[in-house]
Design a protein around this ligand. Structure first.
Ligand code: NDP
Ligand code: CA
Length: 311
């Protein structure tokens, strides 16, 4: 099927590169909170059965494990214990940090707050430390969070810093200002904990590449970040920045939403991108868009193969 052709476009077979301690495959995905997806989002063209947790949870797991990622960064996780249990059987260990006033709390039958999660492959990494933060806007706590893990590659002893976040949603000039402030606090948080380690920063930034927060992250002198998907799509990209045309594509009552708001940023002086997973085409996705039976979230997964400089 198309899914496996896409998988093949991510570099070599996993068995080839897993033996190298210099390669890291990262999966970034907003999995769509179960409570929000069913009760809040009002996806106009998604069958109810596709959102049924007893079905959807296995599609989420399947999507994650088929790519054999070394590191998994997830947002809108409101079933962490389920993922921890299932991914635990596949050799992963993980951590979770919830949003302080998650919109899930206001939904009947919720499974607790949604938040960010990081999982890592236990046979490849040792956890050095984990940190979390409620992001601040002008020194006041917001409802968005960041989660950070410092991982030591067992074979070489090299340490890397993984960070994930899910910035404030919704459109408008004020909201893009708020996201930019959250982005500045996120960079401060990273600088407090990463020291000189190579950084991979993944998330749902809820911001198109034209928003200030995108430039704030890429123009930061201290970190020298690049965006892993920028330039990867050749003729089917946002022209100015080379980002893909979409990382999420859904139809709500208000209309169709198709844009790029999820990113994988990385320290360009410390690693190279060897391959990224292509997104499904509009034909693959189908005219009802996502979520669907085939794609369990309204966001697509981003998968990147990094190669660490071996000095
Ligand atoms: P955000 O604005 O960041 O969004 C919360 C979630 O809503 C995100 O996961 C987002 O998904 C999703 N979302 C974005 N656009 C839409 C849309 N058009 N329709 C449906 N869902 C959408 O929220 P905050 O975390 O800042 O929380 C909002 C506040 O509202 C909370 O503090 C909570 O207290 C309050 N609240 C109160 C409720 C009540 O009944 N009293 C109900 C809900 C929230 P994505 O990132 O993928 O776009
Ligand atoms: Ca959402």
């Amino acid at each position: 099927s198309t899914k496996f052709e896409k998988l093949n476009s991510v570099s070599k077979a996993y068995s080839d590169y897993v033996s190298s301690p210099y390669n890291i495959r990262v999966l970034q995905w907003n999995i769509l909170s179960q409570a929000l997806g069913v009760m809040n989002d009002n996806f106009a063209r998604c069958p109810d059965e596709a959102l049924d947790w007893n079905f959807r949870r296995y599609r989420i797991v399947e999507e994650i494990v088929q790519y054999c990622p070394d590191v998994i960064c997830l947002q809108e996780v409101d079933h962490f214990n389920f993922l921890k249990h299932v991914l635990g059987t596949q050799g992963y260990s993980g951590m979770f940090f919830p949003k302080p006033d998650s919109p899930c709390f206001y939904i009947e039958g919720n499974n607790g707050p949604d938040g960010c999660a990081i999982f890592y492959r236990k046979n490849k990494f040792e956890l050095v430390k984990t940190e979390n933060k409620i992001l601040e806007i002008w020194r006041v706590q917001s409802n968005q969070v960041a989660l950070l893990a410092v991982l030591r590659i067992r074979e070489t002893g090299q340490e890397i810093c993984i960070t994930t976040t899910h910035l404030k949603a919704r459109q408008g000039a004020l909201l893009s200002t708020l996201r930019n402030e959250q982005g500045k606090d996120l960079l401060q948080f990273i600088s407090n904990h990463c020291d000189n380690r190579p950084i991979i920063l993944c998330g749902d930034f809820n911001a198109e590449p034209t928003e200030p927060v995108y430039s704030t992250i890429l123009s930061n002198q201290l970190f020298a970040f690049s965006s892993a998907y920028a330039g990867s799509q050749e003729d089917v990209s946002n022209s100015a920045d080379g980002e893909p045309l979409y990382t999420t594509w859904k139809i709500r009552e208000e209309g169709e939403v198709c844009h790029t708001i999820d990113y994988v940023f990385y320290s360009k002086n410390a690693m190279d991108v060897e391959a990224v997973l292509d997104f499904p085409s509009s034909e693959d996705i189908g005219e009802d868009r996502v979520p669907s039976f085939l794609y369990p979230s309204d966001h697509f997964s981003l998968v990147c193969d990094f190669r660490l400089a071996s000095n």
